[in-house]
Design a protein around this ligand. Structure first.
Ligand SMILES: NC(=O)c1ccc[n+]([C@@H]2O[C@H](COP(=O)([O-])OP(=O)(O)OC[C@H]3O[C@@H](n4cnc5c(N)ncnc54)[C@H](OP(=O)(O)O)[C@@H]3O)[C@@H](O)[C@H]2O)c1
Length: 228
């Protein structure tokens, strides 16, 4: 948006203590549900919404569809293609985090739990496993996993680094969300290279909405709407 010289405001939920610097104005924090978001769109004269949230941020994406409909603001989602298993991969598909928890109800393993911070507590009772997690912010006092190695790092991640990380941890099983895109794909490729099975959490269902698969197509959608 900045490169195109188009005015924009970027919204963060506020989950990360020091988000990346951005070349457009930034606001932080929830809107207060569908009504709050619709009011924000109206009050700020927003002409278009681009939902570029993570594929697993289902609530804000559902809210955005409804709020845009209420406020009569067109919406386009930037949705990266899902990762696809290759013939040599050993993926078990589960439909959500509880499905991943259930899939780990077996003998103790060294498990790379690459699902972000929000749902780690769901795995806390699985004390037989030796977990590795990777977080953007250092863990706080209420960190739920007792037997765990924690790496504090922000993507994009490189294949050689993830190979080293998983070798050092002795990873036997990877749990991942099917985020798609390049920035978090290294762990998936590393699992492929190392012959490590993957519990793959498939994406949540989202309402029908216009979707574009890359930034150039999103910008085409925007330019077509703006007539510039
Ligand atoms: N879920 C993941 O795996 C994941 C991974 C990487 C990054 N993220 C990013 O982290 C953010 C939060 O993810 P989540 O899974 O907690 O979302 P969520 O469950 O879909 O949304 C929960 C609530 O957080 C607020 N929210 C979420 N995204 C927001 C945004 N961009 N701007 C303002 N408020 C926002 C909204 O609060 P109100 O109802 O009060 O408006 C929303 O109802 C998302 O923007 C997402 O892109 C998520």
């Amino acid at each position: 948006m900045a490169d195109a010289g188009l005015p924009a405001i970027l919204s963060y939920a506020g989950r990360v203590t020091s988000p990346r610097e951005q070349p457009v104005p930034v606001r932080v924090g929830g809107f207060g549900g569908v009504e709050g978001l619709a009011a924000f769109l109206r009050d700020n004269g927003i002409g278009q919404v681009i939902d570029a949230t993570h594929p697993f941020a289902a609530r804000i994406s559902r809210n955005a569809v409804r709020a845009c409909s209420m406020a009569e603001v067109p919406l386009c989602a930037f949705e990266r293609a899902s990762w696809e298993a290759e013939p040599q991969d050993d993926w078990t598909h589960v439909s959500d985090v509880p499905g991943a928890v259930a899939a780990l109800d077996g003998p103790g393993k060294r498990v790379f739990l690459a699902i972000g911070r929000q749902h780690l507590g769901d795995f806390a009772h699985l004390a037989q496993h030796r977990f590795l997690t990777r977080l953007i912010d250092a863990p706080s006092a209420d960190f739920p996993l007792t037997v765990a190695e924690v790496v504090v790092a922000r993507g994009p991640f490189r294949l050689e680094d993830d190979l080293e990380l998983m070798r050092a941890h002795g990873t036997e099983l990877l749990v991942a969300k099917n985020a798609g895109g390049a920035g978090a794909e290294a762990k998936i490729v590393a699992a492929r290279v190392l012959g490590i099975p993957v519990i793959m959490i498939d994406r949540p269902e989202l309402p029908e909405r216009p979707v574009r698969g890359n930034v150039a197509e999103v910008m085409d959608w925007l330019h077509a709407r703006l007539g510039v």
